[in-house]
Write a protein that binds this ligand. Structure first.
Ligand SMILES: [Zn+2]
Length: 457
């Protein structure tokens, strides 16, 4: 536990001290966790407010004005915000209501405390944060935790949340406040960590985005050097489709498939001078996860999966219709090592054949120039409370599990939690470097563009 320190009045600033309230808070929390067979130590945050938040099992008790680092993390709370006019107070950003300390309002014995599980700066976990408008407010929060921990855990589990605890106390024994929640405990919005890396020297044809409500991965399809009828190219196509999709889904009411249809139409309108009827027109897979009130919507079109980590099991949502067609031509590509002329020639034949059946009832569907493809996407929704984390991936990453069988989905989520998206992509590259020519794992190229959007709550 990190507790704010200050310099004692009148003494040289060579050693910081902790207030009696804060020490008392630490003692109460230590007793609470000892009852759960945990051990606790505390350290003092120096008066400059510099605290290392990138640690596991960390509790921070420190007013936001005491630490610029904590103040920055609090900026990310879209539920509650500390503010100051005549006095410090907290604004409920959902309802607009202001919460002030009774001590500042009418001098009565009470305060308001903030309690939240907030993201670490390194994105690899969270810490528990307690602060009062005045020091006594933090004691109210500690008192609340002592009496309501099990209930709170049932509600938020390991997710990020924030709430306010209102407390009253007897001015004669301020160490024993009574308390009750002043606002409902609310989970913080989805947090998306993204990364994308090209598979080789060629430009990246993947595209990824994360917003507080959306995670999107697009994987541009290989042209194998064949004519496309478009002078812009695949990286241009995915960048514009992605941006138009984010724009189309700005309205949370619109269905994902309708948003995709809109976006396809808008991108087509951006290059009318190109031959959009060319069967090789730039195209891409689409994978989208969207958070809205209580639910997570998903949409997949072609083989970029949305993977949901539940509390017990893992659900992979993917569209593998592309694998059901042209089986012989694919087998032909896969019999050659990736650097050979035979491989290149077979891949060209395979892509040429794919183009003939792409976006036809006999083949499989991808995002291209025709908005109709959106009607063929797989879409659905899941209750948010059933999902612990989610990953939206291009197949350049998901193949670590599905093709290479070098990790399980549970291991992928562990890697994402501890190392983030970049680390997971690096793992894929390391595995591929053990088989650079595709002898063990036949594939279209030695390394494919790889994208990850990792969603946590
Ligand atoms: Zn074009």
């Amino acid at each position: 536990m990190s507790v704010a320190g200050m310099y004692e009045a009148g003494k040289a600033p060579d050693r910081e001290v902790v207030t009696r309230e804060d020490l008392n808070n630490f003692e109460h929390l230590r007793k609470l966790v000892t009852g759960m067979k945990l051990d606790a130590q505390y350290e003092v945050i120096p008066p400059a407010g510099i605290v290392n938040l990138n640690r596991d099992n960390h509790v921070v008790i420190c007013g936001p004005r005491r630490s610029p680092i904590v103040a920055q993390v609090l900026e990310g709370d879209d539920n509650l915000r500390f503010a100051k006019d005549t006095a410090w107070h907290v604004v409920d950003q959902v309802t607009g209501k202001e919460y002030r300390s009774p001590a500042d309002e009418d001098g009565s014995a009470g305060d308001v405390g903030y309690l939240g599980r907030l993201p670490r700066l390194d994105g690899k976990g969270t810490f528990l944060y307690l602060a009062g408008i005045h020091a006594i407010g933090a004691s109210g929060v500690v008192h609340y935790l002592e009496n309501n921990l099990a209930e709170l855990y049932r509600e938020v589990r390991t997710r990020r949340f924030s709430t306010l605890i209102s407390c009253r106390y007897d001015p004669k024994s301020p160490g024993e406040p009574t308390r009750h929640p002043a606002v409902p405990t609310r989970r913080l919005s989805m947090r998306v960590a993204i990364d994308t890396q090209p598979g080789g020297a060629a430009p990246n044809e993947d595209w990824v985005a994360g917003t507080p409500t959306l995670a999107i991965v697009l994987d541009g399809l290989s042209t194998a050097g064949l004519d496309t009828g478009c002078r812009h190219g695949v990286p241009w196509y995915v960048a514009h489709l992605g941006s138009q999709l984010v724009a189309a889904l700005a309205d949370p009411e619109i269905l994902l498939a309708a948003g995709l249809s809109d976006a396809l139409e808008r991108v087509a309108a951006l290059h009318p001078e190109c031959d959009l009827r060319n069967p090789g027109t730039p195209s891409a897979t689409v994978a989208v996860l969207r958070q809205r009130a209580g639910f997570l919507d998903h949409l997949v079109l072609a083989d970029s999966p949305v993977v949901l980590e539940g509390h017990q099991d893992i659900t992979v949502i993917t569209d593998l219709r592309v694998d059901d067609v042209l089986v012989e031509l694919r087998a032909e590509v896969e019999q050659y090592e990736t650097h050979t002329a035979d491989h290149k020639e077979a891949l060209r034949r395979f892509v040429a054949a794919q183009r003939q059946i792409r976006n036809t009832p006999a083949g499989y569907w991808v995002a291209a120039a025709d908005p109709e493809a959106a009607d063929h996407a797989f879409a659905g929704c899941t209750a948010t409370e059933d999902v612990r984390a989610a990953a939206v991936l291009s197949d350049g990453v998901s193949r670590l599990v599905t093709e290479y069988a070098m990790a399980t989905w549970a291991e992928v989520f562990t890697a994402l939690r501890t190392g983030g998206p970049r680390e997971l992509i690096n793992t894929v590259r390391k595995v591929e470097s053990t088989d650079p020519t595709g002898r063990r794992w036949p594939r279209y190229k030695s390394g494919d563009d790889a994208s990850v959007a990792f969603c946590q709550w």
